[in-house]
Write a protein that binds this ligand. Structure first.
Ligand SMILES: Cc1cc2nc3c(=O)[nH]c(=O)nc-3n(C[C@H](O)[C@H](O)[C@H](O)COP(=O)(O)OP(=O)(O)OC[C@H]3O[C@@H](n4cnc5c(N)ncnc54)[C@H](O)[C@@H]3O)c2cc1C
Length: 500
């Protein structure tokens, strides 16, 4: 029998994952991708001898503790082109905050060590600190069932029961905005640390889940970085017989009698398929490709009222300096906040120093980046559209201002900077099409954090929607898992066993 053909929009991690699982289950899959490389937001690029990595800081599932290791193994995410396995790096110190009054707070991965550090900084906050670090330990044991079809009923039940007891603790975190929680601490440095790591109205859970995973070293870093990770998944998919059409943006999803039947490409070409999966930006999918015809009240409400993850101005620096003595992530409180022309205000300079990945710079040199979050994508889009020269000049000016700030913390660094590259929210839009340049979809306030959107739309058959816009908070694990789950559902509908 001729295999059913499935058309997938987007070669981000969600699209690659769906395609990979469907292809190995006997479907004939094709991906249509607007960009020329796989990965979507999970990307990196080269400037001279340096690689600037945009995405992976920590990846859930780098050890078996969370269950996500299964997913990455099945997708071949750590299987490099030369046959080697990606080395996984874990860190004792997750991030460091340096305040303008000279105080430093080291956010250690290990909860007991973190407790000691926080007690040093805020001895009067013992009760809260002990509760906080105990909660991190509890949360660190949350385990997702990624592969239900491989597990016995009793295993699934016992995991679910364990998760339920963890969830009850987590519920308190879910419901509490971080600014409300920070007020419980007398120590100004601890309060500033909490607020410096997460937007004030977001749920405490966004911080504690991430830190909890650090306690068990379950969210490490795969050497080779984001693009290598995406390329590994792409290579496995292609080896299974899959096809990717790069530089092929999709304009419309073709619908006939309430059934998705194909794609119209920007080139004008029409491609017909029996199942359509959009793993592209949610807003474009719903409002443009489907012309707003299949919106539900829930979706309308989310796309109108939910806060978004920010977009960013990313400054990549290639530095002719060994920086291994520095923390991997550092937030420096500035003497006065950095105000940008898009009206975003930055009290901290957040630097990632990627000395932990030798593939990013020659020996003795370092690739580093500064990420300045902004919710004002419109400013950058307008400016780039109306006055490209002014857009480039503003980027240069921001670069110079950031270098001057780096110079204060790392004297002499200006003359060591060999490469600099700046991307803006306009760049994010141009290369990934993400709505308002958001880098993880919907934001995570107590109101939105538990929202889940159905992966299908009422009134439209043979269509699915996956990826970061269908799970608030986004991230690589939900993207990868969505691909697995949609493939498993399609197999079930077609009466096929799901193989992995
Ligand atoms: C700065 C930064 C740091 C991050 N850090 C982490 C981290 O440490 N850990 C973590 O887990 N996650 C992290 N993330 C989040 C993670 O990268 C994303 O949530 C995830 O990659 C989203 O994957 P996706 O497949 O859902 O969407 P995307 O990556 O957006 O992929 C969508 C794909 O669809 C394509 N597309 C869109 N429209 C069309 C069209 N019309 N036609 C054809 N193709 C189209 C796009 O080009 C893109 O390739 C980070 C993201 C950023 C930007």
């Amino acid at each position: 029998m001729k295999p059913k053909n499935v058309l997938i929009i987007g070669a981000g991690i969600a699209g690659l994952s769906a395609a990979s699982y469907l292809q190995r289950n006997g479907y004939a899959t094709e991906i249509f991708e607007a960009h020329s490389v796989p990965g979507g937001l999970c990307t990196a690029w080269k400037r001279g001898e340096y690689t600037f990595d945009y995405c992976i800081h920590w990846l859930i599932g780098t050890n078996p503790e969370t269950g996500f290791d299964v997913l990455w193994k099945e997708l071949g995410a750590f299987q490099n082109e030369d046959g080697s396995q990606s080395q996984i790096r874990t860190f004792d110190e997750f991030t460091r905050m340096e305040f303008s009054d000279g105080e430093t707070v080291r956010m250690y991965a290990n909860a007991d060590r973190l407790k000691e550090e926080l007690l040093r900084v805020g001895p009067d906050d013992r009760k809260e600190i002990e509760q906080f670090t105990e909660d991190l330990k509890t949360l660190s044991h949350f385990r997702l069932i990624v592969d239900p079809e491989k597990r016995s009923l009793s295993n699934r039940l016992s995991t679910s029961l364990r998760n339920l007891s963890i969830f009850l603790r987590y519920l308190r975190h879910l419901k509490t905005p971080i600014q409300e929680y920070a007020r419980k601490f007398k120590s100004q440095a601890i309060r500033k640390t909490l607020l410096g790591m997460t937007p004030p109205d977001w749920s405490l859970a966004t911080l504690t889940m991430g830190l909890g995973l650090q306690h068990t070293q379950s969210a490490g870093y795969p050497v080779g970085g984001s693009l290598n990770f995406a390329r590994n998944i792409e290579r496995k998919y292609l080896s299974l017989g899959g096809k990717i059409h790069y530089r092929n943006p999709v304009e419309k999803i073709l619908v006939k009698d309430n059934q998705a039947v194909g794609l119209q490409l920007e080139s004008g070409e029409k491609v017909m398929g029996e199942e359509i999966i959009s793993a592209a930006d949610g807003h474009t999918t719903l409002y443009k490709m489907l012309e707003g015809k299949f919106l539900t009240k829930t979706l309308q409400n989310a796309y109108t009222h939910f806060p978004l993850f920010p977009s960013s101005i990313f400054l990549g620096f290639g530095i002719a300096r060994d920086m291994k003595d520095q923390p991997k992530m550092l937030a420096i409180e500035l003497d006065s906040p950095l105000e940008l022309p898009d009206k975003s205000v930055h009290p901290y300079l957040a630097i990632t120093i990627r000395h932990y990945d030798p593939t990013f710079a020659p020996a003795g040199k370092t690739s580093a980046s500064v990420l300045l979050n902004t919710w004002n994508e419109e400013f950058w889009r307008d400016l780039a559209g109306k006055n490209r020269h002014a857009y480039e000049e503003i980027k240069k000016e921001i670069g110079n201002r950031v270098i001057a700030l780096l110079e204060k913390r790392f004297p002499g660094i200006r003359s060591d900077i060999e490469e600099m590259d700046i991307s803006t929210p306009y760049t994010v839009q141009r290369y990934t099409h993400n709505w308002r340049g958001s880098y993880e979809g919907f934001g995570l306030t107590p109101k939105t954090i538990m929202a889940r959107f159905p992966k299908t739309l009422p009134g439209l058959s043979h269509f699915s929607m996956i990826g970061q816009w269908t799970t608030p908070g986004g991230g690589l694990p939900p993207a990868g898992l969505d691909g697995r789950n949609v493939a498993s559902r399609i197999c079930r509908q077609d009466g096929r066993p799901f193989v992995t």
